[in-house]
Design a protein around this ligand. Structure first.
Ligand SMILES: [Zn+2]
Length: 145
């Protein structure tokens, strides 16, 4: 199909990451099937997929979960509520700068932060993610695959 955003690109079947935020909860869904514009990168998710995302968000609201990062169609929740079940680790990257990463209880690295010049800034970054987990984690950290 033709992209309605840039009006010149053609879309192709692929997968994308959808971030859904509502009422303080964040749902990050990876490997979502979508039509992706080869020109501007805009993604178009099927209505059925959008419904699934909404249904999951409602489930989250009921269970009081603030953040979920899941693979589309897997049905399994990789992690929830990073401040309680996840573990933050500070480390020094190859360029000598500080980063933190979030590990799930099974030891899998879920997300990696942007680099910080000082350890203090890095620790502040963790604090901010803990306080605003729902939004911050998506904006400040790169979700790993
Ligand atoms: Zn486009």
């Amino acid at each position: 199909m033709k992209c309605v955003v840039c009006k010149s690109g053609e879309t192709r079947r692929g997968t994308t990451t959808v971030t859904f935020e509502r009422d303080g909860l964040t749902l990050v869904m990876k490997e979502v099937p979508a039509e992706i514009c080869m020109n501007c990168g805009e993604d178009y998710v099927d209505e059925a997929v959008a419904r699934d995302i909404l249904a999951l968000a409602e489930k989250m609201a009921k269970t009081g979960s603030k953040i979920e990062v899941i693979k589309y169609g897997s049905g399994s929740v990789v992690f929830s509520s990073p401040s309680t079940s996840g573990k933050f680790e500070v480390y020094v990257d190859k360029s000598g700068r500080y980063r933190f990463r979030l590990k799930a209880s099974n030891g899998k690295i879920i997300a990696v932060s942007e680099p910080y010049n000082t350890k203090t800034a890095c620790l502040n970054g963790i604090d901010s993610v803990k306080k605003n987990a729902a939004n911050a984690i998506v904006k400040q950290m790169k979700i790993t695959s």
